[in-house]
Design a protein around this ligand. Structure first.
Ligand code: GDP
Ligand code: MG
Length: 368
């Protein structure tokens, strides 16, 4: 299937290398034993020896779901997905709570009690999804598995404390994930608040505020006093608008597992952020080695959801097993799920075995 060396070709055909080299010379190709020859040449040589050549398609990995490229005309605008990051105690949880509450109308009051690891807010006719997971770990875990879950990172920096180690860590995560950063300078209510100092520190780490000629939006807020929250949300929407985030809602769903756990009564429960397509009750899904039929879906308010479109987080019931956070979830044909899952389990088993095997060899070498 790809180019191969003269030796490999000889081995494949059960012939002497010298015979192959002779034949190649006859064809006007001067080749040595380890020289690579292309498929066409190898085919001619093989056929000359009376060996039948079958075209081999590039091997497909049966544990992978084939990625479908969505045509531009199928893409439709989707809400931004935001992760809040920052140093411990700078106010990530407080900010997420305040934002969550801006969305609660009187009639829903007390409605958003479900913690599903993500929630969607409606703000002035727009939607924004917030990942409500312990920031950095989730971000890194998902990226390790190749999932890009976040469109925009909101970096929370306490105005009285300034840039700290995890602030820098967050900046680096966002940078390597190529995710734009919007800064929320929090705790503006505190007597020691010094936003200019924060801006100066951030500038030293490559985030230059807009008002200083850079391109990073920095919004002063106070989660405690609920100040600056509108400004923050409006700026998130502004950044999102420039990004022109889109996805095709009319295809089989693909998403990323945000959180998963085993619930005593309900079995495996996982929160999925739908990224492409529409996830529906009754869909057959697979996430890692877990698979099943979507039995029920609920949003962060505990309301039943029949269909989840791109950027919408939903809690999903019906998987056979608890998938890992960061795993990709695909909606597949009914008969595919189990087969793919079994192949994935087998692949895992083999790679585990190889790991153990290596360890044993190392052990032997260490004893010598
Ligand atoms: P996290 O570790 O980043 O999630 O930070 P938390 O949200 O848990 O906040 C840490 C502490 O800072 C808590 O005691 C909060 O009450 C306090 N805090 C958060 N935001 C503000 C704020 O805007 N002003 C003041 N004064 N305190 C805040
Ligand atoms: Mg917290």
């Amino acid at each position: 299937d790809g180019p191969l060396t003269v030796k490999e070709l000889a081995d494949k055909m059960g012939r002497e290398v010298s015979e192959i080299i002779k034949k190649l010379m006859f064809l006007g190709v001067m080749a040595t034993i380890n020289q690579e020859i292309d498929v066409d040449t190898a085919t001619i040589v093989a056929e000359d020896f009376g060996v039948e050549v079958t075209e081999v398609e590039p091997a497909e990995d049966p544990t992978e779901i084939k990625e479908i490229e969505d045509a531009p005309e199928t893409l439709q605008p989707r809400p931004p997905v935001v992760t809040i990051m920052g140093h411990v105690d700078h106010g990530k949880t407080s900010l997420l709570d305040v934002i969550r509450q801006t969305n609660v109308t009187a009639h829903e009051a007390g409605g958003i009690t479900q913690h599903i690891g993500a929630y969607m807010v409606r703000y002035k006719g727009n939607k924004i999804t917030f990942l409500d997971t312990p920031g950095h770990e989730a971000f890194t875990a998902m990226r390790l598995r190749g999932a890009q879950s976040t469109d925009i990172a909101v970096l929370v920096v306490a105005a009285d404390d300034g840039v700290m180690p995890q602030t820098i860590e967050a900046i680096n995560h966002a940078k390597s994930a190529n995710v734009p950063v919007l800064v929320a300078i929090n705790k503006m209510d505190k007597p020691g608040a010094n936003p200019d100092h924060v801006k100066q520190q951030l500038a030293e780490h490559g985030l230059l505020p807009e008002e200083w000629g850079g391109d990073t939006i920095m919004v002063p807020v106070s989660a405690k006093k609920r100040q600056g929250i509108d400004d923050l949300l409006e700026n998130i929407l502004l950044v999102a608008e420039v990004m022109e985030l889109k996805a095709n809602p009319n295809r089989h769903a693909q998403g990323v597992v945000i959180e998963a756990k085993l619930d005593k009564g309900r079995g495996p429960v996982c929160t999925v952020l739908v990224q492409k397509g529409t996830l529906r009750v009754g869909d057959t899904i697979i996430a890692g080695t877990a698979f099943g039929k979507v039995r029920a879906m609920t949003n962060e308010r505990g309301e039943k959801v029949k269909a989840a479109r791109p950027s919408m987080p939903v809690e999903v019931l019906g998987l056979s097993d608890v998938p890992q956070a960061g795993e990709i979830m695909d909606a597949v044909d009914d008969n595919e799920a189990r087969t793919i899952a079994e192949k994935r389990i087998e692949k895992q088993r083999v790679s585990e075995m190889q790991k153990t095997h290596k360890v044993t060899l190392d052990d032997i070498f260490n004893q010598i």
